[in-house]
Design a protein around this ligand. Structure first.
Ligand code: ATP
Ligand code: MG
Length: 149
């Protein structure tokens, strides 16, 4: 269905911020990205899981950025945090069910979120990539065709 991207993202951020007053999520529009045609439940799973990871794996009082960008006939969503980062040796397996990186310590998790994200992106003809530096932060980038259904 037709999704107005900015209000959709802002609603999700507001909702997620209710139980996270110590970390801030900021919405940034790189250029005009008005609407897309996606499954709203799947988009919610994608952005919700990536934002919840960004919150969970970053220190108190740090800022998370959700940046929106239109690139031709695709929408890009960049989720950037200043958290613990992902060790290079764990990168290949991150989207596997139950897989967690070696540096999560006592931070709780099941290792399911990213496998759901990957499936939801796949179902809509999109792609996901990330870049990360341990101790510095991580950026996940999701690319979705503006019209997937
Ligand atoms: P859950 O099933 O509750 O989401 P999880 O967060 O451990 O548990 P995933 O969301 O699938 O599982 O993420 C898999 C692993 O990827 C995490 O355990 C963590 O090691 C790593 N990871 C994901 N996002 C980040 C991030 N933003 N910063 C650092 N590590 C991350
Ligand atoms: Mg997770």
């Amino acid at each position: 269905s037709m999704i107005e991207v900015v209000p959709f993202c802002q609603n999700l951020i507001d909702e997620m911020s209710l139980d996270n007053s110590t970390k801030k999520i900021v919405l940034v529009e790189k250029n005009q990205l008005a609407t897309g045609y996606w499954d709203a439940k799947l988009l919610r799973q994608i952005l919700g899981n990536l934002l919840s990871n960004a919150l969970k794996y970053s220190p108190l009082h740090s800022e998370i950025i959700l940046e929106l960008e239109r690139q031709g006939d695709r929408a890009l969503f960049h989720i950037q945090d200043c958290g613990i980062g992902i060790p290079p040796e764990d990168g290949d397996r991150l989207f596997e069910v139950f897989y967690r990186a070696g540096n999560v310590g006592t931070i709780p998790g099941t290792g399911l979120g990213l496998s759901i994200v990957q499936k939801a992106i796949e179902l809509q003809g999109g792609a996901i990539a990330f870049s990360s530096e341990v101790g510095v932060g991580t950026t996940f980038s999701v690319s979705l065709p503006l019209r997937s259904r």
